[in-house]
Design a binder for this molecule. Structure first.
Ligand code: ADP
Ligand code: MG
Length: 318
């Protein structure tokens, strides 16, 4: 069947969600969220706990009913065209909710059945191979490690070959090695054409993986743009330099920088990477006659981002 390809894999318009019926217990989890996720992208939805990320994803997945606004997946309205909309999305939930008494292959067959995928078109083993679980296809799920379960959930979300794969905080509580595996899997699926939406509360993670980032806080969208534009707009880095001797006041050679002394041997620099590069800072430290014994840059954390994006004066040029 010929199919038109929408420009955006997912679109929301003024999406709102208020939980709770009682007047006092109402939580406005989403307020007028409008965003567009381009077809073929890896899109990051970034926000702290309670921001509304899972609510947004669960609305798209059909697990939570929106209060108002609109949402479309692959062009299909999630309510008026519910069936095609559901078929277009696969969700890897935040929790590892897998029945321990099934084998991975049984779980995928079952899930394919739920989506009405005909037997001849089921690719359970192929999917398990793709997520590196070929050898575990017939083992009980209870014998799998946390990392394997996480990958099994990705395979489960892919059984009906959805256009859009959604991962809700896939690396929360996940070790470095598994995180790497998961990211290469996500990139691979994306290269084969799947649009990916993932939520995270780590900027560094979104930065590495996502071409576009939306930031949500208290249910409101506060940014949605290409990652490079966003990082450029933040334009703030922090560098901590440890030197070989105590410093009691900022040496003359460093007076031109925004620097503070912390613990006598540690200098903390805040600088806009578009105007200053770290090499200049390091050269100035040597000019001041200090030897560098250690260096660390700190990630801009979410709190910094919110402060900059929400309280920053509009014209800070000059
Ligand atoms: P996130 O995934 O970004 O951590 P959530 O979407 O889970 O955020 O939650 C957003 C807000 O909605 C929070 O204040 C949370 O307590 C509230 N919330 C989430 N689910 C429910 C629910 N089923 N009933 C009532 N409030 C909820
Ligand atoms: Mg969540």
């Amino acid at each position: 069947m010929a199919e038109t390809k929408p420009e955006n894999a997912v679109e929301t318009i003024d999406l709102c969600k208020t939980y709770g019926g009682g007047r006092d217990a109402r939580v406005e989890a989403l307020r007028d969220v409008s965003l567009a996720i381009p077809r073929g992208s890896i899109f990051g939805l970034l926000g702290p706990n309670g921001a509304g990320k899972s609510t947004l994803i669960n609305i798209l997945a059909g697990l939570v009913i929106k209060t108002s606004g609109e949402a479309r997946i692959w062009g299909y309205d999630i309510e008026r065209q519910m069936r095609p909309a559901r078929r277009a999305i696969g969700v890897v939930p935040q929790e590892l909710n897998i029945d321990p008494f099934f084998t991975p292959r049984q779980l995928l067959d079952l899930q394919a059945g739920l989506y009405g995928v005909p037997k001849a078109q089921r690719r359970s083993l192929e999917l398990l191979e793709a997520v590196g679980l070929g050898a575990q296809a017939e083992s009980y799920a209870r014998t799998l490690s946390g990392g394997m379960l996480r990958r099994l959930l990705v395979a489960k979300a892919m059984v009906h070959d959805p256009r859009v794969l959604v991962l809700d905080e896939p690396t929360a509580g996940v070790d470095v090695e598994l995180r790497r595996q998961l990211w290469s899997l996500v990139r691979e699926l994306n290269e084969r054409g799947t649009t990916v939406l993932l939520t995270t509360h780590y900027l560094a993670e979104a930065e590495q993986l996502c071409g576009r980032i939306a930031i949500i806080n208290h249910g409101r969208l506060i940014a949605c743009e290409p990652t490079v534009t966003l990082l450029g707009r933040l334009d703030a880095k922090r560098l901590r330099v440890t030197v070989d001797r105590d410093v009691s006041e900022v040496p003359g050679a460093l007076k031109g920088f925004n620097v503070v002394i912390q613990d006598a041997r540690q200098l903390i620099f805040h600088y806009p990477p578009s105007k200053v590069n770290s090499g200049q800072i390091l050269a100035a430290i040597r000019d001041a006659g200090l030897e560098i014994t250690d260096l660390a840059t700190r990630e801009t954390d979410l709190e910094d981002i919110f402060l900059r994006l929400t309280h920053e004066p509009m014209d800070e040029a000059g």
